[in-house]
Design a protein around this ligand. Structure first.
Ligand SMILES: [Zn+2]
Length: 330
């Protein structure tokens, strides 16, 4: 049997040691022999700030989900285990941990939110977006525009309350027309899987309060000063990336081009079952990996390890991901 410090304290009280304890306490000095060091047991604030040219970007963590490896039809457990070991990560058993990130861009003129997490739609390991936004000191009223990479539940759910009230009362909502049309296509959705039906109902409910301040993108190019839309179809029909350019620096916000940081740079052919068109998603992924590695463009991903910022280098036939170092000054 082992005794904890608390047990010792309790037994001392029971055996008449109370007077000793009380007199020690009244000296108001620390009692190192009895003090515990309570652990916080939770991570610190999920927010990280960095700059790209004159743009200031705040990455916000919503939390994580453990995705079943059966979501990757091409998954090979031995290959995956080796990749995890090579990267000094704990190998997955049958679940792969995936973070969910959103971003706020302050261009100096405007404050723009890109995606918004899950709210309370996907369980207790998620839903921290709103708290982290607050902890980062960003007032919802200050947000001028919301850009969505797509309208899946883990990207749109933080913009509106369950009661249907817009969380960002002054923001214009900007989303690709193909994504908007897809999720609002009731006749298609009536025949679709439960996964699509749920996402469609949620996308419609979350976007409804913004219907009078809505802009639908229908081509690549500038959507806001310094921010260019790039169609990245496959994951969803209107899945869209945003290239931020300022003072000769650029970063591609690529949404869900990669879901599994440890796996898909070496295996771009490992698409996730949530991709509406898995082949097109793979083609888009390869096209983006080619571009950002050749041109040394930084990437910012919804599901890359938080804060989701890094670079991609060519490695033999495939790629390697290099997470960016801490930015000390903005
Ligand atoms: Zn996603």
């Amino acid at each position: 049997m082992t005794l904890s410090r608390r047990d010792l304290l309790r037994s001392s009280l029971l055996t008449g040691g109370a007077g000793l304890v009380a007199s020690m306490a009244s000296l108001s000095v620390p009692m190192p022999g009895f003090a515990a060091a309570p652990k916080a047991g939770v991570q610190t604030t999920g927010a990280y700030r960095f700059s790209v040219g004159k743009f200031e970007i705040t990455a916000l963590l919503d939390g994580y989900i453990d995705a079943g490896s059966d979501l990757i039809p091409n998954y090979d457990p031995e290959v995956a285990e080796q990749l995890y070991k090579d990267q000094f990560r704990t190998p997955p058993v049958d679940k792969i941990r995936v973070p969910i990130n959103s971003f706020v861009v302050n261009t100096g003129d405007k404050i723009i939110l890109i995606d918004s997490g899950t709210a309370d739609n996907m369980g207790p390991t998620l839903g921290q977006f709103t708290d982290n936004l607050k902890a980062a000191g960003i007032a919802p009223e200050s947000v001028d525009a919301i850009l969505l990479t797509h309208m899946h539940v883990d990207h749109i759910s933080g913009i509106t309350s369950k009661e249907g009230k817009a969380h960002f009362p002054n923001a214009e909502l900007i989303v690709h027309k193909k994504d908007w049309d897809f999720w609002h296509d009731d006749s298609y959705m009536s025949q679709a899987s439960d996964f699509l039906k749920t996402n469609s109902a949620n996308a419609k409910a979350m976007s409804a309060p913004y219907s009078k301040r809505l802009t639908l993108i229908d081509k690549d190019g500038e959507v806001l000063p310094g921010i260019e839309a790039v169609a990245l179809p496959g994951h969803t029909p209107g899945h869209t990336g945003f290239v931020l350019r300022s003072e000769n620096q650029e970063v591609l916000i690529w949404g869900d081009v990669v879901h599994f940081t440890a796996l898909q740079f070496q295996h771009p052919e490992w698409s996730i079952a949530f991709d509406i068109d898995m082949q097109q998603a793979e083609q888009t992924r390869r096209r983006m990996l080619d571009w950002v590695s050749a041109d040394r463009v930084a990437v910012l991903g919804s599901h890359l390890e938080f804060p989701g910022l890094g670079h991609v280098a060519r490695e033999r036939d495939n790629y390697r991901y290099h997470q960016s170092s801490w930015q000390y000054q903005l």
